[in-house]
Write a protein of this length. Structure first.
Length: 120
């Protein structure tokens, strides 16, 4: 089992923070409440019940305990093609950090000028 694998499992526990799933390979994993679905989850019990079959995607595996972090939301988003938001770049323009790189010398000079004027 590795990150990205899509597996079937059965809900074995429901807690306020997520759903425990027993996977077909014998591993037990947790689907955290933030990974259950896109949007707000008001009541987990409205979405899942014990024994329910679910399809999940592995998002992380703890090497020492063998427990898995799972997601159902990632499979849902796969079908919806939701736009990804980037903090410092644009998919269309490919700016990346270039504007910051160009502005840095100007900001540095302004800061040094300000400090020199304060000391005088």
């Amino acid at each position: 089992m590795k990150t990205g694998d899509k597996l079937r499992g059965q809900v074995t526990g429901i807690q306020p923070y997520g759903v425990f799933v027993s996977l077909e390979n014998g591993t037990v994993g947790l689907v955290h409440i933030s990974e259950l679905k896109t949007g707000y989850v008001d009541n987990i019990h409205d979405l899942f019940e014990l024994g329910q079959d679910v399809k999940v995607q592995v998002i992380d595996v703890d090497e020492f305990t063998g427990k898995a972090s799972l997601s159902i939301r990632s499979l849902e988003e796969e079908h919806h093609r939701l736009p990804r938001k980037h903090r410092f770049s644009s998919d269309k323009r490919k700016f990346g950090f270039e504007p910051l790189k160009k502005a840095l010398p100007i900001w540095t000079k302004e800061s040094l000028d300000f400090l020199e004027n304060r000391q005088s």
